[in-house]
Write a new protein. Structure first.
Length: 594
């Protein structure tokens, strides 16, 4: 497991200062200095005061209203100096903190941190008890590297914070210091601020994070263990410890042990499930996510994870169930943070795989994305579906009409047209389209790869080999090319030593790929190594319940005399893909009827 193991649950377990960039008027360039430390900007000169700001009793005369409106209008025209100065002057005259705050926002919008700091100082002077003003001052002090000023304020804030709120205040201090330019000085300052409270879980967690960010993994682990010792049922402590531990096996033991005594620890169970995914323990990961879903049936993250894992395990029906539920839940409670487009596209693909083209189109029609790349992908998929329903001419017309500007997308159009023709059984036409495409885009490995496979389909094996070697030259880490050429040689029962070397190279690049395992098993079969072939093919079939793999394993078992199991596998392959070429060839070779 990588040291960058993401603990996405920290924010949910302990609150810290949430900071976001506020929108600026269209005529003002975005500020490089975050105005986030200041409270939300409004479009009105009369910015609302927070509850802890006492407002003066000042009459809104026509002259005052004119000055305020004039300042706002000038600012919206892209000017900032005069409006800023006028508002700050009026703030001092009227003792109104809202105007000082607005002046600070204008300075930040114009990327003028020094002027913003001057306005915030006035704001604090006029509203000494304002939390917003204090936060704004702290944010600007840190970003301006005035760390001693910030340290004094943060130290006092921590001392004054009620015990129940001190943990959140410590995390807020870390959030402020994360914006400092001098990271080493900020880290040392955080250490000084937090150490007096190291009898709390929050302090130990922060000290662990601070050490980890400096690369001190030993100290980071020590502090995380200290946090867990202070509160043995603390999920955040377990997650922090997992983040800093380098050994995946140790993390696995940590999670398993904690969950045995704390079965309701949802955050740790979710992290454990993600670890199992990283370790490619997909079935176990799915069990963990299913347990989480049983307790949180509408949790979008768990539904999505289960959908993806089911697809990985080649369990399409389960994948559709979870992903459909994801769409239903999101429809009932829309979330701007989640775009359903990718899930809808996956549902369309799943429906297509079971030959329900009407359902596939239905899912596709639900996609309404503002992402141009997604829109382009949907059009490509729509054309492919048109081709599969027999409207090849309509599909090609749709693809021609796309006319994208980017070369990568132009090549994708060629690939899609080749796929449409191949699905329609027009292999010679598909070859011609892809051949022309490789001349237009000679450096596109995906196009060359598809062209190679199509060349083999029409018996042009010399063209296929040349194209695959071109892919290897362009993308030396493209394991698909090595596997395809090795498998082709094995399938034709020629140059088997070379085939084995090519497939071995692909296997080193992608050791968990079941299709490369299938190729390795097949070349061993061709070389007469039946036991080695069976071993690889069984492993491949356990990872991917694929018709081609079932056919290959069935033939190997038939040759080994295990004919009952062989028949069972071949029937499974026929049920999955009745028109499978490998199945037809194997049955002919074995002179077998199912």
């Amino acid at each position: 497991m990588k040291n960058a193991f993401v603990i996405v649950t920290l924010a949910g377990l302990l609150s810290a200062c949430a900071v976001v960039q506020q929108p600026q008027p269209a005529s003002v360039p975005p500020a490089e200095v975050e105005p986030a430390a200041v409270a939300d900007e409004t479009s009105s000169p009369a910015v609302e005061a927070s509850d802890d700001e006492k407002l003066p009793n000042v009459a809104l005369t026509s002259d005052l209203l004119y000055k305020l409106m004039k300042a706002e209008l000038e600012y919206r025209e892209g000017k900032w100096e005069r409006p800023y100065a006028d508002l700050l002057d009026i703030a001092r005259q009227t003792r109104d903190p809202r105007l000082a705050r607005r002046a600070a926002e204008m300075a930040l919008g114009a990327t003028q941190p020094l002027e913003a700091m001057a306005a915030v100082r006035t704001w604090r002077e006029l509203a000494p008890d304002s939390e917003d003003a204090a936060r704004a001052y702290l944010g600007l002090a840190v970003m301006s590297d005035k760390l001693p000023e910030a340290e004094a304020i943060l130290k006092q804030r921590l001392a004054d914070a009620p015990i129940a709120e001190r943990g959140a205040a410590m995390f807020q201090a870390r959030q402020f210091l994360s914006r400092a330019k001098d990271k080493e000085a900020a880290s040392a300052m955080l250490e000084r601020l937090i150490t007096p409270y190291n009898n709390t879980v929050e302090a130990r967690i922060l000290l662990s994070q601070n050490a980890f960010s400096r690369g001190d993994k030993v100290r980071a682990e020590t502090e995380a263990r200290a946090a867990l010792a202070l509160k043995p049922d603390s999920e955040i402590s377990v997650l922090m410890l997992a983040q800093v531990m380098a050994d995946p096996a140790s993390v696995e033991t940590l999670f398993t042990s904690f969950l045995a005594t704390h079965p309701k620890a949802h955050e740790v169970r979710a992290a454990h499930a993600r670890l199992l995914v990283d370790q490619k323990e997909y079935a176990k990961a799915r069990e963990s996510f299913e347990r989480l879903l049983a307790e949180q049936p509408d949790n979008l993250g768990n539904l999505y994870a289960l959908g993806i894992l089911s697809m990985q395990l080649d369990e399409s029906e389960a994948a559709e169930k979870y992903l459909s539920r994801f769409i239903d839940v999101l429809g009932e409670s829309p979330d701007d943070e989640r775009d359903p487009s990718r899930v809808l596209l996956m549902l369309s693909q799943l429906a297509e795989q079971r030959d329900d083209l009407a359902a596939s189109r239905k899912w596709l029609d639900k996609i309404d994305s503002a992402d141009p790349a997604m829109t382009f992908g949907v059009q490509i998929k729509r054309a492919q579906l048109m081709g599969r329903t027999g409207d090849v001419a309509g599909a090609r017309k749709l693809l021609t009409g796309l006319a994208p500007a980017e070369k990568t997308e132009q090549a994708q159009v060629v690939l899609a047209e080749g796929q449409v023709l191949r699905d329609a059984g027009q292999f010679a036409n598909a070859y011609k389209v892809l051949e022309v495409g490789t001349r237009r885009f000679p450096d596109n490995p995906d196009l060359l790869y598809d062209f190679a496979l199509q060349a083999e389909k029409i018996g042009r094996v010399e063209v296929m080999e040349k194209a695959l070697r071109a892919v290897m030259a362009l993308a030396p880490d493209n394991h698909h090319a090595y596997n395809a050429l090795g498998y082709s040689l094995a399938e034709r029962n020629v140059r088997l030593d070379e085939a084995l070397a090519l497939i071995d190279k692909a296997m080193k690049m992608a050791p968990e790929d079941p299709f490369i395992m299938d190729s390795l098993g097949w070349v061993h079969y061709r070389m007469g190594n039946l036991d080695a072939a069976e071993l690889q093919l069984r492993k491949a079939y356990s990872l991917r319940n694929d018709a081609d793999i079932a056919v290959h394993l069935g033939e190997v078992l038939w040759r080994k005399g295990q004919q009952a199991e062989a028949r069972k596998l071949l029937r499974e392959a026929r049920a999955k893909d009745p028109k499978n070429d490998a199945l037809r060839n194997t049955l002919a070779r074995l002179q077998l009827k199912l």
